[in-house]
Design a protein around this ligand. Structure first.
Ligand SMILES: [Fe+2]
Ligand SMILES: [Fe+2]
Length: 372
């Protein structure tokens, strides 16, 4: 079999033409079948035996399923009418505390989405040596670009200062803390000496995946969803609320893919999941929850919309328990979900098209017409 580097470049070398039924050209010349892939050789990391440019046959059906689900959910922020939000924002009907919640979340998500996209493209992608997982990562990276676009669109619609919103991750300590936490994980994988060939490298890579998929997208994002969707439940800021429902639907799939990827790598590399690594990941999640509670206090110093920072402590403990169980760690806190309506919102988004204002159906087929 031809050797293929992790970059997907086929390395030159002698190949042996093989003749078999249905394998020949019009003049009877034999095709070179030696580069056809064996599905059992596919691996998520460190696969040198399979050409990553050949998607089929699939091995990791879950990756392809997530890809299809992502495509079925396609949307653009500009489809969502913002007029009611603009009127409310310009009126006196929002308190300063309510404006603070909205601005902090626009500030956190506007750059948070870019951090996730850049981590995929610059850090994760080249180390994932499987074509169907890469296919999903390409889709996810585009979705992160759409999410960043969403915040540009919200800022522009409300007439906010884009420099202020997009620079909050440098200026606002509670946002900076969360972002620095995940940016350090990106830096570790971007180190020129980083490799997934060693046990330590694979463990560092898993920490990056946990940091982004489980913590950033699976915990940090969810407090913001609760805050913004709380306005939506009161029929206020419904444009931003609808944007966040689209993003929540996408992020649910991002989290599911991340969990499958982490568990797949663990399964193929059973030596990586040491008690020390598990303890380190539990510590990372502990630290993340401290950052998240600090963020909730900063967003809601005196309580807004019936929300307060203590509820967010319980909420992030509740969702952290669920996430930990999904990657094979024990639940730790046993807290109750103070926002049961969030589960309903997530379930609703899976089952029906709740965007009544939607004008484009991407999932319906359209015939292409060719000019002669
Ligand atoms: Fe996103
Ligand atoms: Fe995401």
């Amino acid at each position: 079999m031809a050797a293929v580097s992790v970059d997907g470049m086929i390395q030159t070398g002698p190949t042996t033409p093989v003749t078999a039924a249905g394998c020949c050209g019009a003049n009877g010349e034999a095709y070179d079948l030696s580069k056809r892939i064996n599905v059992d050789d596919k691996r998520l990391l460190n696969c040198a035996a399979v050409d990553v440019n050949q998607l089929m046959p699939l091995k990791y059906e879950w990756a392809w399923e997530h890809y299809l689900n992502g495509c079925a959910n396609h949307w653009m922020p500009t489809e969502v009418p913002m007029q009611r939000d603009i009127e409310l924002w310009r009126s006196n009907a929002l308190t300063d505390a309510e404006r603070q919640v909205i601005l902090r979340n626009l500030g956190f998500f506007s750059t948070g989405e870019s951090l996730v996209g850049n981590n995929i493209v610059l850090a994760i992608f080249k180390h994932i040596t499987n074509s169907e997982a890469r296919q999903y990562l390409l889709r996810q990276a585009f979705e992160e670009a759409i999410h960043t676009h969403t915040f540009h669109y919200c800022v522009e619609s409300l007439g906010l200062d884009g420099r202020e919103v997009f620079n909050m991750y440098n200026e606002v300590a509670s946002i900076q803390g969360k972002d620095q936490f995940v940016m350090d994980l990106t830096s570790s994988v971007l180190d020129p000496n980083f490799t997934t060939d060693t046990l330590e490298g694979k463990q560092e890579f898993l920490k990056n995946l946990v940091g982004f998929y489980v913590i950033m997208e699976g915990i940090f994002f969810y407090s913001g969803f609760v805050m913004i969707l709380s306005f939506n439940r009161q029929n206020r800021m419904t444009g931003i609320g609808e944007q966040f429902q689209y993003i929540l639907r996408d992020e649910t799939i991002h989290l599911n893919f991340g969990v499958d990827l982490i568990n797949g790598i663990k399964q193929e590399n059973p030596d990586v999941w040491t008690p020390e690594l598990q303890a380190e990941i539990e510590q990372m999640i502990d630290t993340a929850l401290d950052y998240e509670v600090a963020y909730a206090k900063d967003c809601l110093p005196d309580g807004v919309l019936g929300l307060n920072a203590n509820q967010f402590r319980e909420y992030v403990q509740y969702i952290a328990d669920r996430r930990m169980e999904r990657i094979g760690l024990n639940a730790k806190w046993g807290s109750k979900n103070p926002f049961p309506w969030m589960s309903e919102t997530i379930d609703l988004s899976k089952e029906k098209n709740f965007f009544e204002t939607r004008v484009t159906e991407y999932t319906s087929s359209a015939s292409l017409v060719w000019d002669d």
